[in-house]
Write a protein that binds this ligand. Structure first.
Ligand code: ADP
Ligand code: MG
Length: 214
């Protein structure tokens, strides 16, 4: 495995994410039916179908164009909170990447930090509010810590997946303060947040997608 990630590596990460969502969409919708409208799995499936179509039709084979097309594809998913938030993640990464085509660990961490900032510009939810932020924030922090410790991109994505998983699991004890689930107040306690769970699946898929080709 080379020490940097390029266009092809990125497509492998994204295909891995699509596979992870595809394998778990029923669980995501079940989780969303606790306090939401039960559509999260279906919405994520539509998002991933659009992502895979965007990869296929990406006309300029640059990392920036790929991230932009993927972000744009997700933004175009109708149905609630998911499209704007996950779309913002990839759009902000595309803005941050500049002309770089070989992403090493520090640059990949930087891109995800920019992505998290992009999401944060679209919501006031903070860690602890039982949203996707509770998985995304620790994943991005783990990436930065891994980069600072000299880890390569594969090890970095492994740590990010683990942190996202733990972050998603931790939402089970939280009360929802954003999204539809806030309406059921303390009844939201006891189940993990669907958006945090799908975020953990995306990172698990990023890792698996890369490892499959490593
Ligand atoms: P909707 O709630 O509009 O049907 P989804 O079911 O696709 O959208 O997604 C629900 C998930 O989106 C929640 O579990 C939560 O993680 C996330 N979410 C919803 N609203 C917000 C928000 N304001 N800020 C951050 N995340 C949110
Ligand atoms: Mg929903």
């Amino acid at each position: 495995m080379p020490s940097t990630l390029g266009y092809d590596g990125l497509t492998q990460m994204l295909h891995g994410a699509a596979d992870a969502i595809r394998d778990n969409h029923t669980t995501l919708s079940q989780l969303d039916s606790v306090g939401g409208d039960g559509d999260h799995g279906a919405t994520m499936m539509r998002a991933m179908t659009r992502v895979e179509a965007a990869i296929k039709s990406c006309e300029t084979p640059t990392v920036k164009a790929l991230l932009y097309d993927v972000g744009w594809a997700i933004l175009g998913v109708d149905g609630g909170a998911t499209g704007p938030l996950f779309g913002a993640l990839f759009m902000a990464m595309s803005e941050a990447v500049g002309e770089a085509e070989a992403l090493d660990a520090p640059l990949l961490a930087h891109l995800f930090e920019a992505g998290l900032e992009g999401v944060a510009r679209n919501t006031r939810a903070q860690p602890g509010d039982k949203t996707m932020i509770d998985a995304l924030t620790p994943a991005v922090e783990a990436m930065r810590a891994a980069a600072d410790a000299g880890a390569d991109v594969v090890e970095m994505l492994r740590r990010a997946a683990s942190a996202a998983h733990d972050g998603a699991a931790s939402t089970a004890t939280m009360q929802a303060r954003f999204g539809r689930a806030k309406n059921i107040k303390e009844q939201s306690i006891g189940h993990p947040d669907p958006g945090a769970t799908s975020t953990a699946l995306l990172f698990q898929g990023f890792q698996k997608g890369i490892e499959k080709h490593a």
